[in-house]
Design a protein around this ligand. Structure first.
Ligand code: 6GU
Length: 275
């Protein structure tokens, strides 16, 4: 995978990407990264690349020509026209599926905007994909570009070691990760869940699956609704509701928290298990 980044802050990209696993992958030749400083393509050679917005308003707009020149120079050098991803909160929201698709490309160009935006005309000319990384506003496209490059790189052969790739499998079935524990067995009075010390692999696997289900219910119920659940999964989720009922009966007031499911979680589970 060859990454190219058009940006006003190449050092930010270089510093972020030449570190840790991605840095190792670049050093090992599994990835390549080239940053292009848009400022080097300013119109009058004085480094200015922005101007006031037509129609008025706050802030400055990055001009079309420097970006287009930087792009055309890059395309000429690499001898092909890869997909161009423009990072913008107005884009399609990035997810694992999009990462998987983009990981199949040989080359990707990222265009990072700044200030109030980029002249629309150059976007129409060169951009193939408008992408956002979530519903919040950032000061520029550099961090989003790095987020995308990191998650795409994980799927490029050779980037992760065998051990590191294993980590990925457990997110693939659409549930959140189960909790992890390491030594010591007791830390500040907190014990490791005994099942993990039992040596019973079947029980460990079941416990982990149940924890994944519980976490997904708690934090990302919309993922649980889409996940493929087998009989044992449904049995565990039903047991959460049953425990809740038992706790309520013991008290009679309905105020006992039981295993701590909220009304919303109970409603959600009841509906899910009815299907
Ligand atoms: Cl891609 N860019 C900016 N500036 N802010 C964002 C974003 C992108 N995604 C979410 N917020």
């Amino acid at each position: 995978m060859n990454y190219y980044v058009l940006t006003l802050f190449p050092e930010m990209i270089e510093n972020g990407m030449n570190t840790s696993i991605i840095g190792r992958a670049i050093a090992g030749g599994y990835l390549s990264l080239e940053t292009v400083n848009i400022r080097d393509y300013s119109l009058s050679g004085n480094g200015r690349i922005d101007d006031y917005p037509y129609g008025g308003g706050a802030g400055m707009v990055m001009q079309a020509e420097p970006i287009c020149r930087a792009y055309e120079d890059l395309v000429q050098r690499i001898g092909k026209k890869p997909r161009v991803v423009y990072l913008t909160p107005q884009g399609r929201v990035f997810d694992q599926q999009m990462a998987e698709k983009l990981a199949r490309e040989e080359d990707l160009i990222f265009l990072c905007g700044h200030y109030e935006g980029v002249d629309e005309r150059v976007l129409e000319e060169i951009v193939t994909d408008h992408v956002s990384i979530g519903d919040y506003v950032l000061t520029g496209g550099e961090l989003p570009a790095m987020v995308m490059m990191d998650s795409i790189a994980r799927m490029v052969p050779g980037v992760l070691s065998n051990q590191e790739s294993g980590q990925y499998e457990s997110f693939q079935d659409g549930l959140l990760e189960y909790p992890q524990y390491s030594r010591p067995e007791e830390w500040r009075g907190k014990q490791v869940p005994p099942v993990l010390l039992s040596g019973h692999h079947g029980n460990v696997d079941r416990w982990r699956r149940d924890q994944s289900l519980l976490r997904t219910l708690r934090n990302r119920p919309e993922l649980l609704a889409r996940a493929e659940l087998d009989k044992k999964d449904r049995k565990y989720l039903q047991s959460l509701l049953d425990e809740e009922e038992a706790a309520r009966d013991a008290d009679g007031t309905g105020c006992v928290p039981g295993n701590g499911l909220t009304e919303e979680e109970k409603k959600f589970l009841t509906k899910l298990l009815a299907i």
